[in-house]
Design a protein around this ligand. Structure first.
Ligand code: 5GP
Length: 308
């Protein structure tokens, strides 16, 4: 890998010069907008640090000095001192920070912002939970009652069900298309669900939404939730839990259409899935859909945190 790539610059051998300079202008504008939002408080420094993990985002290309200067009461002299204390060179951009530099900077930001920032809006919220807990119903309720929430539209290799609209419920793609999305890094996370079809979250809309400070919700399975945790630690993971084990069993096998073996298999899966709850930031009990949806919205707005 060349030195140039290490510093975060992207070689563009096949792009013509006019296109490259248009891209550079657009990137500068995006950075200017980000700085404005930071100064005005529309976006928190922790969120910007989080976003900077996403390659080539505006946050990733923000210089450390510009980042520090956006804090209230930090001028050039102080920014320079803090930067040296954190052992980050002047040329660094947020996306190019080493792990230890990032940790030191995150600690600095947390100290500086105090508790006020701790419950800040997450860049995105993931809703997961055991099969048959009613995630789909909660999401439909949100779609209808909270139009300000942006729902991530996943790509899937399964066929549409009656009433499902391509581009709205899912992007219905074939196996080759899914392979291409994977190969080009277009998916933030993906999983094979129920050993059958592949599902994945397109990265672009999620990054865009985070940059705009929108409320973004991903309804995905547990494997996907774990991948989001690993790649975006500031994301909020919400586990939708059944009111009780018995209730989940009812919802799973209540229709009585499965044979004994299938019932046993489903119950076993449900046990494993329920045990994952402790990995999540929040647990919301789906006893009444409107109440569960309200609680989810409170989490998304940063009004509720793990201790609440
Ligand atoms: P369905 O086929 O019934 O719409 O969804 C089946 C399962 O796939 C659900 O548990 C849902 O949460 C999960 N799922 C939907 N989209 C995604 C995605 O983009 N990524 C992952 N990991 N799971 C998804």
């Amino acid at each position: 890998m060349s030195e140039k790539m290490h510093s975060g610059a992207h070689p563009m051998p096949t792009v013509d010069r006019a296109a490259a300079s248009r891209a550079a202008v657009a990137a500068r504008q995006a950075r200017a907008e980000l700085k404005r939002k930071l100064r005005s408080g529309e976006i928190t420094p922790l969120r910007v640090l989080e976003q900077s993990l996403v390659p080539s985002s505006a946050a990733a290309t923000l210089r450390i000095t510009d980042f520090l200067l956006s804090f209230p009461a930090i001028g050039e002299v102080k920014a320079d001192r803090v930067r040296r204390e954190l052992e980050i060179s002047e040329k660094k951009r947020l996306g190019g920070l080493g792990k230890l530099q990032r940790d030191r900077l995150t600690d600095f930001v947390r100290d500086r912002m105090g508790v006020a920032d701790q419950g800040a809006r997450p860049p995105l919220t993931v809703l997961a939970g055991p099969t048959a807990v009613g995630k789909g119903t909660v999401v439909s309720y949100i779609r209808e009652h909270f139009p300000e929430v942006r729902l991530s539209v996943s790509a899937t290799t399964r066929d549409p069900r009656p009433g499902e609209v391509d581009g709205s419920h899912y992007y219905f793609v074939d196996e080759e298309r899914f392979d291409r999305m994977l190969a080009s890094g277009d998916l933030l996370e993906w999983a094979t669900v129920h050993n059958k079809y592949r599902y994945g979250t397109p990265r672009g809309p999620v990054v865009e939404s985070a940059e705009r400070g929108e409320l973004m919700l991903l309804e995905i399975d547990l494997q996907g939730a774990r991948q989001v945790r690993a790649s975006m630690p500031e994301a909020k993971l919400v586990f939708l839990a059944p009111p009780s084990w018995d209730e989940l069993v009812n919802r799973l096998v209540g229709r009585g259409t499965e044979d004994e073996e299938e019932r046993a298999r489903r119950l076993e899966t449900a046990k494993v899935e329920l045990a994952a709850a402790e990995e999540f930031d929040e647990i919301i009990v789906n006893d009444e859909v409107p109440r569960a949806a309200e609680q989810l919205l409170a989490v998304m707005r940063g009004e509720r945190n793990a201790s609440a």
